[in-house]
Ligand binder design. Structure first.
Ligand code: HSE
Length: 429
């Protein structure tokens, strides 16, 4: 007999309406059963939507939808880490109703307590759509790679930022202009600050860290720097050194624990992640026994994200469900790397600064670098044009983050500095 699973969907934005529309023609999908939408909920009932929803029972309150007797599985597409999304997911899990969510903020900030609740009531909690849209990386890390130790997970996990950096670098358009396009095209979060500040990518890498390394689901351990401080000038200077700037999210196993961070990084133009342009996402998984893998594809938007939700629903139809983070929450006990060990790690850096175009300015800058024990590999002074200010870019040899930061502090104390120096890490691949 064909199994029928009744679902309630809360949240009818881009992804929610995409999901409803795909379910309305689910005979095209490869499901081991049927899914029936019994109830829906959103903030505004009368808003114009691209799908017909009158045939479903309407709930003003998503918690009531989660608790409704008709709802067997609760799909949460509201977003936001607190408020109605959390309350409704908790209500469903308490009643032993499986939950499928696309909410990375909720999982990154409350994943551990929600997983504990799910374990207590032995209820599935699935969130493939929370990380990298249509790329099946949650399932890959949680299940397919559970047979090998993972060394690192690195990638481009925010389509909006990648679109911004690509468009700015290739067209010379300014930040605000390109961000409006990302919003119009549906890549950006409702509050795009979550994208450009690096928070969205940080939510995603925090989730992958717990899945891949068994560290606690602790969002506060992710060091975050966004693209909101990257200027067109930075992108142009990176280009002159044959590099691109990308917002890289990474979780890396070290002898001192797991480093988890999101920051703009310079990559050689020929490196694999530098080839990922526009709104695309990519995740590279480096393993101990199974080699290295790169998964690439659309990481945002209605189609890819709704597909990931449908994949989770399909898994529920087939009863293929694992513990929330692959292992029980009591096993999420691996250490994070302490901040002082991260500061001591060596890397190359790009230092960008704008100086007054006058005799001795450059000499005073190199003196500060030498005083901080930072050695220069390459230096480029762009033309000051008609202005009296000269943009300078310095590529350092390997040095500790602590030394590079000290150099920045000293440089910024110089009288000749017109626009503060900033530091961008350089990676070799
Ligand atoms: N705002 C996100 C992005 C959407 O730009 O990647 C998917 O989380």
């Amino acid at each position: 007999m064909t199994k029928t699973m009744k679902i309630g969907i809360a949240g009818l934005g881009n992804v929610g309406t995409g999901l409803v529309s795909r379910l309305q023609e689910q005979e095209k999908l490869r499901f081991n059963g049927r899914i029936e939408i019994t109830g829906i909920s959103a903030r505004n009932r009368s808003r114009a939507r691209p799908v017909e929803i009158d045939q479903y029972e309407w709930f003003d309150d998503p918690v009531a939808l989660a608790k409704s007797e008709e709802t067997e599985v609760f799909v949460e597409l509201i977003g936001g880490s607190d408020g109605p999304a959390k309350l409704a997911v908790e209500a469903a899990l308490k009643l032993g109703k499986p939950v499928v969510t696309a909410n990375k903020a909720l999982i990154a900030e409350y994943g551990e307590s929600l997983a504990a609740l799910a374990e207590e009531t032995q209820t599935p909690l699935l969130f493939e759509a929370a990380v990298a849209g249509g790329i099946p990386v949650v399932r890959a890390v949680r299940e397919s790679f559970s047979g090998t130790e993972i060394k690192s997970i690195r990638g481009i996990l925010n389509g909006t930022c990648n679109f911004l950096l690509t468009e700015m670098a290739t067209t010379g358009r300014d930040y605000g202009d390109v961000l409006s396009d990302a919003q119009r095209l549906g890549y950006a979060e409702a509050d795009p600050f979550l994208d450009v500040s690096g928070t969205d990518a940080a939510h995603k890498i925090a989730i992958l860290s717990s899945l891949g390394f068994g560290v606690p689901m602790d969002f506060s351990k992710v060091a975050i720097d966004g693209v909101d401080t990257i200027s067109l000038r930075d992108l142009q200077l990176a280009g002159k050194f044959e590099h691109k700037i990308k917002l890289i999210a990474e979780a890396v196993m070290t002898d001192h624990g797991v480093i988890c961070r999101v920051e703009p990084v310079l990559l050689p133009k020929t490196s694999p992640l530098a080839q990922i342009d526009g709104p695309l996402n990519a995740v590279m998984i480096e393993s101990v026994h199974a080699g290295n893998y790169t998964l690439t594809g659309p990481g945002a938007g209605s189609g890819p994200t709704a597909s990931a939700v449908l994949g989770d629903l399909s898994a529920l139809l087939s009863d293929q469900v694992k513990p929330v983070f692959g292992v029980g929450v009591e096993k999420l006990d691996q250490p994070f790397c302490a901040t002082d060990k991260i500061s001591a790690a060596e890397s190359k850096y790009l230092i960008r600064v704008e100086l007054q175009d006058k005799a001795g300015a450059l000499a005073s800058l190199t003196e500060k670098l030498a005083g901080s024990d930072v050695s220069v590999e390459a230096l480029l002074q762009d033309s000051a044009g008609d202005s009296e200010y000269a943009p300078i870019a310095i590529m350092t040899h390997e040095c500790s983050y602590a030394a590079a930061e000290e150099a920045i502090r000293r440089i910024n104390s110089l009288e000749a500095v017109v626009d503060s120096a900033r530091l961008i890490r350089i990676e070799s691949s």
